[in-house]
Ligand binder design. Structure first.
Ligand code: TRP
Length: 475
């Protein structure tokens, strides 16, 4: 039996460093932007319940599976899977899903950075509004004061029409992500999580309390927790599952890669549970932060992806202290996005380091540039390339722009397929003793976890995937 090859030389300085970084990877635009958007579009309560089911029954067992692959394989997503496959005496062909995960991370970061760029812009607009008098004449000064609701909403349209501005923000975001990842696991990734995550939680709680007092909390709670199962059709279920995977950073290298840096004496199951609980908790709190404000000024909770960017600023402008709160709100989203983008970049970067023997600096530079360039295509598809269709022959993507295809294809296809293969690999093919030793679970708990990984997760993912992608099958 060959020992692990291409192993990493880096590691977390403590168990908490890992937990914070992994929560940072999980908590991101997915929680604060995508989750409220999807919950709003899919009718609230029933979606939220189904989502929580996906987290507990599919997400949590898979978080543990991915971290196990990383810690047992001690390499990047491809190398770790190969090492575990070799130690288990099964085909190296399993590395296919390791590849898929790295490609997904690459693609996701390309549009993620563009969206994070909007966040920076809105933080600038809101901050400009608040600090306007201090810095009059600055480009964002007094941005929203006296603006009509329509003009505020129009800002998103004009942002999408402004290629240099979009490009500048995308550049800033990728640049910061690059600077952190290039510094390494210890000096970059874990330091960033150490400062950004506590700041994020403080802001989240503060703004939620503000919204509860100033906004319409009761209506928000009713909206998020009153289930109407007639709204929960197959595409809504597919969206919920895809969102659960996306939000917990499953299926795209992040947790395998971070798992490789975990020391052997860290207990994995409680750590995995903390990641799932924190991520889901933040998604729900983010809903309770956003919807009271949305309802207070009578906006539409089903506004879609523009909810956070187009609707909320209107609400903020009408509320006491709104421009300061709005500014802090976008700073909060920026922090969340940054710790996630770091994890997205680290997947491909660790592959370059471990498999190609590149230095961290070289790998981070090459991948950041490549992702930056694909991101430009996403960005142009908001604008001059809005009519370009990458998958015109596939009905669910026929009308989708480059941006929407990359977002939709990774979320609806690649992440679920990788999650399915991870479950089969750990549930059926990986050496049972090795897996049991890594989990440290015994008896009934181990049996339960294995049942979820071997049976429920793959079947659940496969069923939802097939009906979600081919809704015609149900008709
Ligand atoms: N989980 C992050 C979010 O919710 C996004 C993210 C970070 C991610 N790393 C990932 C998604 C890896 C998929 C795979 O915003």
């Amino acid at each position: 039996m060959a020992g692990p090859t291409h192993v990493t030389t880096e590691g977390w300085s403590s168990r908490w460093a890992f937990i914070l970084a992994a929560i940072g990877a999980a908590v991101g635009l997915g929680n604060v932007w995508r989750f409220p958007t999807l919950a709003g579009e899919n009718g609230g309560g029933a979606f939220v319940l189904f989502y929580i089911g996906c987290v507990v029954l599919i997400g949590l067992p898979l978080i543990l599976s991915e971290i196990i692959i990383g810690r047992a394989g001690r390499s990047d997503a491809v190398g770790s899977v190969r090492n575990v496959a070799e130690q288990s005496g099964v085909s190296r062909g399993w590395t296919t899903f390791g590849w898929m995960e790295i490609i997904s991370a690459f693609l996701i970061l390309s549009f993620y950075s563009v969206v994070a760029g909007w966040v920076i812009y809105y933080a600038g607009v809101m901050g400009g509004d608040f600090f306007g008098n201090l810095f009059s004449g600055a480009p964002f000064a007094g941005a929203l004061q006296g603006e009509e609701a329509e003009a505020i909403q129009g800002r998103m349209t004009s942002l999408f029409g402004n290629i240099p501005l979009l490009l500048a923000m995308h550049t800033v975001f990728m640049g910061v992500t690059y600077a952190i990842v290039a510094r390494g696991v210890h000096d970059g990734i874990e330091k960033a999580a150490l400062y950004l995550m506590p700041a994020f939680f403080v802001l989240l709680i503060a703004i939620t309390i503000y919204g509860a007092f100033v906004g319409n909390f009761g209506q928000a709670v009713a909206f998020m927790f009153t289930p109407d199962f007639s709204k929960l059709d197959a595409p809504a279920m597919n969206a919920a599952l895809g969102q659960a995977l996306f939000s917990m950073s499953l299926g795209s290298a992040a947790l395998i890669t971070y798992g490789a840096y975990v020391s052997k004496d860290t207990k994995l199951p409680p750590t995995a549970a903390m990641i799932a609980v924190a991520d889901t908790g933040v998604a729900i709190i983010a809903g309770l932060m956003i919807f009271p404000i949305v309802f207070a000024v009578g906006l539409d909770p089903a506004a879609g992806p523009t909810l956070v960017f187009q609707s909320l600023p209107v609400a903020f402008q009408q509320m006491p202290g709104g421009s300061l709160i709005g500014f802090l709100f976008f700073v909060l989203i920026f922090f969340a996005a940054l710790t996630s983008s770091i994890s997205l970049l680290e997947g491909p970067v660790s592959w370059g380091i471990n498999e190609l023997g590149w230095s961290r600096f070289k790998s981070a530079t090459i991948f950041s540039l490549a992702i930056f360039i694909v991101g430009i295509a996403c960005l142009l598809s908001l604008n001059v390339w809005s009519d370009v269709r990458l998958l015109p022959f596939w009905s669910i993507f026929a009308e989708s722009s480059i941006f929407d295809v990359i977002d939709g294809f990774t979320g609806k296809v690649m992440l679920p397929v990788a999650a399915f293969l991870t479950a089969i690999f750990i549930g059926w093919r990986a050496d049972k003793k090795l897996v049991a030793a890594e989990t440290g679970l015994e008896g009934g708990l181990f049996a339960l976890w294995r049942f979820l990984v071997a049976w429920l997760a793959p079947i659940g993912v496969a069923v939802i995937l097939v009906f979600g992608l081919f809704p015609g099958l149900l008709a």
